[in-house]
Design a protein around this ligand. Structure first.
Ligand code: C2E
Ligand code: MG
Ligand code: MG
Ligand code: MG
Length: 292
């Protein structure tokens, strides 16, 4: 038995590797079709002004309604899209869909909110990105002022000089620029000083223990102060508890996003929030239960 165990085991292992590889290849082909066949969806997570309970905007987060596997989160397919060169097409779809939804809401007479979209590095590295995005919105009849582009630090550090030019041309066209997951990347403050950025998003990593007043609180408060000094809006992400919300509000960060207010919502549920005036009862313990 011991004699046969080696090869048998190897064969089993190879089969497993082959089937993992072919599952991946299948998913890749499916993703390629999914973009064209309308299987992608946007979910929307409100950004709330915790001082008033009013929604100040929303982040569009992509989902894949897979015919066999059900609703997939970005963690299950964004990496694949990057590996197989589909991330730019996916990003184009996200921007187009966000613009169409914005147009529908305005046609329906709903109060406009700004929508944030996440832009991957290969999308941002296109030389004509500002023109491309502006064209996409023009086709739908939406102003760039209604769109916020969320970028990550690592994406900006690829080529800082070109980055500044790209950021400026996006800004000149009216797009707002937000630095996502701020504090977790490796951007240097001397570049940040030169980047024309409108908004910093404090990463959830610093929010989790913020109310305990330790080092994470020191980092969060430094980001808030930095934003103030640089004239940038500061948003906190990943707010799950009233303690986190109240601590950050007391320290000057009122725009907050997280499960405390709302999970990312499918379109129909987000539209219901919009139609109801986009109000969130902060302060009330029911705020956590009303949505999500
Ligand atoms: P992100 O842009 O930092 O988005 C925030 C993520 O945190 C979202 O996960 C959101 O559902 C989750 N989140 C929000 N509030 C809370 C909270 O209170 N607690 C916890 N534990 N999590 C919270 P999601 O939707 O799974 O997206 C994950 C990441 O995938 C995003 O991180 C973003 O980097 C990427 N992503 C999402 N949509 C797109 C897209 O359209 N294009 C690209 N390129 N990337 C996207
Ligand atoms: Mg984001
Ligand atoms: Mg983020
Ligand atoms: Mg994050």
């Amino acid at each position: 038995a011991a004699k046969g165990a080696g090869p048998a085991h190897c064969r089993f292992f190879d089969d497993e590797m082959n089937s993992a590889a072919s599952a991946k290849l299948q998913l890749e082909n499916e993703l390629r079709r999914a973009i064209g066949e309308g299987q992608l969806r946007l979910h929307f997570q409100p950004k709330v002004d915790a001082s008033s309970g009013r929604m100040s905007g929303a982040e569009a987060l992509v989902r894949w309604q897979h015919p066999r596997l059900g609703l997939l989160a970005p963690g299950q397919f964004i990496g694949l899209a990057e590996e197989c060169g589909l991330i730019v097409a996916l990003g184009d779809w996200v921007v187009g869909a966000a613009a169409r939804h914005l147009k529908q809401w305005s046609n329906a007479g709903l109060d406009p909110v700004r929508v944030s979209v996440n832009l991957a590095s290969p999308s941002f590295q296109q030389d004509d990105i500002a023109e491309k995005l502006a064209d996409a919105l023009r086709r739908v009849g939406i102003s760039p002022r209604q769109l916020v582009l969320e970028l990550t630090e690592s994406l900006l550090m690829v080529d800082a000089e070109r980055t500044i030019i790209r950021l400026q041309s996006l800004r000149e066209r009216g797009f707002s620029l937000s630095l996502d997951d701020f504090g977790t990347g490796y951007s240097s403050l001397s570049y940040l000083k030169r980047f024309p950025i409108d908004e910093l998003k404090i990463d959830r990593a610093f929010v989790t223990d913020v109310a305990r007043g330790g080092k994470d609180a020191a980092i969060a408060l430094s980001i808030i102060e930095l934003g103030k000094q640089f004239g940038m809006r500061v948003v906190a992400e990943g707010i799950e508890t009233r303690e986190q919300s109240e601590f950050l509000l007391a320290h000057g960060c009122s725009i907050q996003q997280g499960f405390l207010f709302s999970r990312p919502l499918p379109l129909d549920r987000f539209e219901a929030v919009l139609a109801a005036g986009g109000r969130f009862d902060v302060g009330l313990s029911t705020a956590t239960n009303s949505v999500g």
